[in-house]
Design a binder for this molecule. Structure first.
Ligand code: CAA
Length: 385
């Protein structure tokens, strides 16, 4: 039985900053941000948005009357959780009118969370072929104003509907994974911003890729020639390139050139959105599906990495008629219709938060789902009708 991604949704906040403007404001050479880091624009979530509202937005694009009643599992992968106890997936069941006979929970392992969810969803559908699973990656990447990590912030979510006979991506059930207790990135419960040993994180990421790629080739007796495209976890677009470059000189030049071209197609959206944390790999997939020169039934290798650290490489096949099932025009419009804000407006939004009991804090809502109020320390969400 074929199992994989049947539908994909993507949500990006409507405000963004230009990273050349940020560089000028921070007295940094803009080429460092646009070339050295590889980012051009950065999404800025509004005050009424968080991991829950963004998860709702992308999931709303894939849930419809035809599949709602078949969904038996809802997993949200996030490292920007709004509650230490209650799972954001419970809000999705409510506001998307999903059936009650569903398992709903949240997964955390930095940027690996969505991949953990996807693999669980695969197993769930294998055991329950008539059911579907909703896996959503949703995050706000925050390092802080005027920190080295500021240029690698971002926000957004990706929703994936997993089913049998998928129309977008068939998972091959071939994967290798590994875990090491590594201190490259963390966010203690008291902090709204992450702590990272940025350069060390790069080293661990590249080492995980090299180790897993060797394991994958040995386990399945496959080589780079068995793949048309390699997709990477891309918190910023230079990072995936560091992993890809380990192949340069070790594989035929023509193959490397092909992989590098495909990589460029996979980073186009991330370059203009920023870090989605656990959604980053899947935003790379969406970008490649939209911008790549995709061959029928093309074979992909996907490298997922979550600091802390867990990594996984798995393979998949793109379904030849995927364009009928991915709303490419909607995603392009979503990206094009965004509004640039000034660096000082971004700093204002960054510093503000909704206080418990302040019913006047939320205004000017221009998204479908929003945080309406925090009452008795409970976050309450609404849908604009
Ligand atoms: N023109 C062109 N390029 C320039 C330049 C210029 N004027 N000036 C500098 N550069 C280049 C540098 O040569 C360097 O390139 P390489 O990486 O190829 O060597 C690049 O720009 C960055 O320069 P620096 O290393 O000097 O920059 P920095 O000290 O400011 O740090 C960073 C960069 C480490 C990425 C920092 O932004 C950071 O710490 N970001 C957060 C790190 C992070 O997110 N890590 C986690 C990723 S893994 C993950 O996603 C975590 C998870 O699971 C949640």
């Amino acid at each position: 039985m074929d199992i994989g991604i049947d539908r994909l949704g993507f949500y990006v906040p409507q405000k963004y900053i230009d990273l050349v403007e940020l560089a000028n404001e921070r007295d940094v050479d803009p080429n460092k941000f646009t070339i050295g880091i590889g980012q051009s624009k950065q999404a800025v979530p509004d005050l009424y948005q968080d991991a829950v509202t963004m998860a709702l937005e992308s999931a709303d694009q894939v849930v419809n009357e035809d599949n709602r009643e078949d969904i038996g599992l809802v997993i949200v992968g996030t490292e920007s959780s709004v509650d230490e106890s209650k799972a954001s997936a419970t809000y999705l069941v409510d506001l998307l009118d999903l059936p009650e006979d569903v398992r709903a929970f949240e997964i955390k392992e930095a940027c690996y969370g969505a991949t953990a969810g996807l693999q669980m969803a695969y197993n769930f559908v294998a055991m329950n072929p008539d059911k579907k699973a909703l896996v959503v990656a949703s995050d706000i990447a925050r390092y802080g104003i005027n920190t080295p990590g500021e240029v690698t912030q971002g926000a957004g979510s990706v929703a994936m509907l997993i089913s049998k006979d998928p129309h977008i991506l068939k998972l091959d059930n071939k994967s290798v994974y590994m875990t090491r207790n590594v201190g490259d990135f963390w966010r203690p419960v008291f902090s709204k911003t992450a702590f990272a040993r940025g350069k060390y994180s790069n080293e661990v990421y590249v080492d995980f890729f090299k180790t897993l790629w060797e394991k994958f080739q040995t386990k399945y007796d496959m080589t780079v020639q068995d793949f048309d495209t390699m997709l990477f976890h891309i918190p910023y677009t230079k990072m995936g390139l560091k992993a890809l470059r380990t192949l340069d000189g070790n594989i035929p030049d023509a193959k490397y050139k092909e992989l590098e071209e495909h990589y460029q197609s996979s980073i186009e959206i991330s370059r203009n959105v920023g870090n989605l944390y656990t959604g980053s790999l899947y935003l790379g997939l969406i970008s490649y599906l939209i911008n790549g020169d995709v061959k029928p039934n093309e074979h992909l290798m996907l490298f997922s990495y979550g600091s802390g650290a867990v990594g996984e490489i798995y393979s998949a096949e793109i379904k030849s008629d995927y364009k009928k099932y991915l709303d490419i025009e909607y995603i392009k419009k979503e990206l094009n219709d965004r509004k640039k804000i000034s660096i000082s407006d971004y700093e204002d939004i960054f510093e503000k938060e909704v206080e418990n009991g302040d019913v006047t804090a939320i205004s000017d809502v221009h998204d479908k789902f929003y945080l309406s109020e925090i009452k008795e320390n409970e976050r309450l969400y609404k849908k604009l009708e």
